[in-house]
Design a protein around this ligand. Structure first.
Ligand code: S3P
Length: 182
């Protein structure tokens, strides 16, 4: 298994924010699988879904996972909500599943100005379908993770510190970058 830190969870649970907070508190770099896909396709995720569909997107996620496995070390990786389904997820690093109730996630997304957080997510356009997808996925998120963290009502900075402490207690953080920048 690689020594990356992989953050999984449903759309809108706060994976990217947690990854950035963890980067700031450990000195490790963070990357995001959706950002990588947007850069290689030169397209937004929603435009890519509209033009090519979900199976093409999943194939790109598997390509990203293979690149992480072959070429990425000591890096924090925030993932798209379906990335946990790549076949080698548990080999990519220490996988942390951010767990929150569907209603809490939905409420937080709705609270963002201009509906932006919902608009940019092609698989969150119909709330009933998103809820079903959430419950279908839940056991798999749990199965495809090394750690499960309850996140409701907690700031991403607090969750990041919890992840840092778990990694530290297991001797999994490299000595040198274990230094906050902020
Ligand atoms: C998806 C989640 C999205 C993005 C794509 C598919 C999913 O990422 O990867 O729209 O299948 O759950 P976020 O989790 O950042 O919304």
């Amino acid at each position: 298994m690689k020594n990356n830190i992989i953050i999984t969870g449903f759309m809108g649970v706060g994976k990217s924010r947690t990854a950035r907070a963890l980067a700031a508190s450990t000195g490790l770099f963070a990357l995001d699988t959706d950002d990588l896909i947007e850069s290689i396709t030169h397209s937004s995720i929603s435009a890519f879904f509209a033009a090519h569909g979900e199976p093409a997107f999943r194939a790109l996620e598997q390509q990203v996972a293979n690149w992480i496995e072959s070429s990425v070390d000591h890096t924090i990786v925030s993932t798209g909500g379906g990335f946990f389904m790549v076949e080698n997820i548990l080999d990519l690093g220490h996988v942390f599943f951010l767990d929150a109730d569907f209603d809490a996630i939905y409420k937080r997304l709705l609270a963002q100005p201009g509906n932006r957080q919902i608009a940019k997510r092609p698989l969150f356009q119909d709330p009933d379908q998103a809820r079903k997808r959430y419950y279908d996925r839940l056991p798999l998120y749990r199965k495809n993770a090394h750690y499960i963290l309850k996140t409701e009502g907690r700031e991403s900075s607090v969750i990041a510190l919890q992840i840092r402490d778990i990694l530290r207690s297991k001797g999994l953080l490299p000595v040198q970058p274990d230094r906050p920048f902020f």
